[in-house]
Design a protein around this ligand. Structure first.
Ligand code: EPU
Length: 355
């Protein structure tokens, strides 16, 4: 590995590493080598990549925080690691705080900082691994709040034209763990733009988002039925630490599969055979099933295949037991998909991007 500071039209060199290990740059800790890794510190760096005679025309892969990706091979594309920092209050209205962060800011630190500043609203999303820029890509969500509920707009740079664009929520096409940035087809922006900054709208007056079983349980345990934002933050951190592995200790990418949505009829059919199934009726008449429960019911919790495994406290989380390859993780994921399909007739869809 060697540093190759590459001079372009301006005096600031691009931070380029050739033959760069990506192990430290993906939360699963999977081995993969990028032929070219460019670390982007500013928006201008993105434009330097676009204007670069070689990188400008090469296929690109935007790595963000590396917390939602399974790397199964070395990458020949130019890997762009977004490290744009900075956070600020954009404005305060009568009904909201508008707060902005650079895409490279670690998500959890940003959430904690907003609370320290007295701007609550992101506390339910505490401790989600990854960066601010990766958060809109998969519309992160937890404990009754999704990023789209607190989203104002984001800035991105088009990787073909080098132009800066601002996208509002409608342009991002947010769905359940989904956005325009996960799609490569027509209109999709995966690999076509780099998110540089994200702005959040934190509504006033602040109200806790409750209703989620784990939070209700904390209220009952503590006897505190009117928690402030800091208390909710602390509860969420405790809940997550109790059942989700810390990627700094055990490689993982959070929930490995999306919770599948089925028709009411399909759900009734499954309940007929498995009355215990955890399910949540949705407003449109469909029903969301707990994928963790389905996987658990198939006996996968705590199992190991090769050096990949199923976390012993949450069957929806696949983990690197030490030295696993991306292929091992994918093999395990396929085996889980097959057994869930065999028993329930439901196809589980991976949440991370498999490369
Ligand atoms: N369950 C089991 N066995 C398991 C795991 C879960 O029976 O091994 C049951 C639980 O008892 C519970 C239900 O399944 O009744 C749901 O489990 P949990 O509350 O842990 O939430 P989840 O549906 O598994 C989702 C998100 C998480 C988010 C939590 C909390 C998805 C794919 N996952 O998990 O998001 O933190 O809700 O809101 O939507 C992520 O996306 O990476 C992530 C961690």
């Amino acid at each position: 590995m060697h540093q190759n500071p590459c001079m372009t039209t301006t005096a600031t060199p691009l931070d380029v590493t050739t033959r760069a290990s990506l192990r430290e740059h993906n939360s699963f800790g999977l081995p993969a080598v990028a032929r070219t890794l460019v670390r982007l510190k500013t928006e201008a760096d993105v434009r330097r990549v676009v204007d670069h005679p070689e990188y400008g025309v090469a296929p690109k892969f935007v790595l963000g925080g590396g917390s939602n990706v399974v790397l199964t091979r070395d990458l020949d594309s130019v890997v762009l690691k977004v490290e744009i920092l900075g956070r600020r209050l954009v404005r305060e209205d009568a009904d909201a705080w508008i707060v902005e962060a650079g895409a490279g800011e670690p998500w959890h630190n940003f959430v904690a900082w907003t609370l320290d500043q007295g701007w609550p609203g992101l506390e339910n999303l505490a401790l989600i691994p990854g960066s601010v820029g990766a958060a809109p890509v998969q519309n992160i969500g937890a404990y009754g709040v999704e990023l789209k509920d607190r989203f104002e707009a984001l800035d991105a740079v088009d990787l073909v034209t080098g132009r800066s664009v601002t996208l509002d929520a409608a342009a991002c096409h947010f769905g359940y763990r989904d956005s325009v940035f996960k799609h490569t087809g027509f209109g999709g922006l995966a690999g076509k733009s780099v998110i540089t900054r994200v702005r959040f709208r934190l509504p006033k007056p602040w109200q806790p988002v409750r209703g989620y079983l784990d939070i209700e349980r904390k209220m009952a345990e503590t006897g505190n039925s009117a928690p402030d934002a800091r208390t909710v933050f602390d509860w969420i951190c405790a809940i997550r630490r109790a059942k989700l592995p810390d990627p700094a200790v055990i490689g993982n990418a959070g929930s490995f599969f999306k919770n599948p949505v089925v028709t009411e009829e399909q759900c009734r059919d499954i309940i007929g055979r498995d009355p215990e199934i955890v399910h949540y009726p949705l407003p449109d008449g469909t029903v969301k099933l707990a994928a963790g429960w389905l996987i658990d019911a198939c006996g996968w919790k705590g199992k190991t295949v090769g050096r990949a495994g199923v976390y012993d406290k949450q069957a929806l989380v696949l983990v690197n037991r030490g030295g696993a390859s991306g292929a091992e993780v994918v093999t395990l994921a396929r085996a889980i998909q097959e057994s869930v399909y065999g028993r329930f007739g439901i196809r589980l869809e991976p949440e991370p991007i498999i490369v």
